[in-house]
Unconditional design. Structure first.
Length: 147
């Protein structure tokens, strides 16, 4: 009984609900996986006609190719950064590289989402659009990185 009370007191001191400490190592995947899936889906769709499609969309070819590359490399960076975050290595340089990869993947997502919103949805974007969701998830990971 005293151990349960001590656990409750420790959780209360941290400002957390007791019993959920086990989620600390895994919770970040709930954001990484959907964001990486959305980015990868949009990136793969761009590649079959990467040199033809920019003209049909009215987007400069350089930006279209850059967005396609960002949408393919961003999920890779998010996945590797997530593995390092889950693993929580002791080496400072490895933890720093995981944080940098997470922020790079977030930056790729923010860039791609802002590009789509600016070129295709500006003035008609609503809070329920998938691009806004992608922007929010990517911005969170860009600003937060790995803990």
């Amino acid at each position: 009984r005293a151990a349960v009370y001590n656990h409750y007191v420790a959780a209360r001191a941290k400002g957390r609900v007791p019993g959920f400490d086990w989620t600390d190592r895994l919770a970040h995947w709930a954001i990484r996986i959907p964001l990486a899936g959305i980015m990868l889906t949009y990136g793969v769709q761009k590649f079959p006609d990467i040199f033809v499609a920019p003209g049909s969309y009215g987007v400069p070819a350089f930006l279209f190719i850059l967005a396609a590359i960002a949408e393919l490399l961003g999920p890779v960076a998010l996945a590797i950064g997530g593995v390092i975050e889950t693993w929580k290595p002791k080496q400072g340089w490895l933890r720093l590289s995981g944080d940098a990869l997470t922020r790079a993947g977030g930056f790729a997502g923010v860039s791609a989402a802002l590009g789509v919103i600016a070129f295709f949805y500006w003035g008609a974007v609503s809070i329920s659009d998938p691009q806004v969701l992608m922007l929010g998830l990517a911005a969170f990971l860009l600003l937060r990185g790995n803990r």
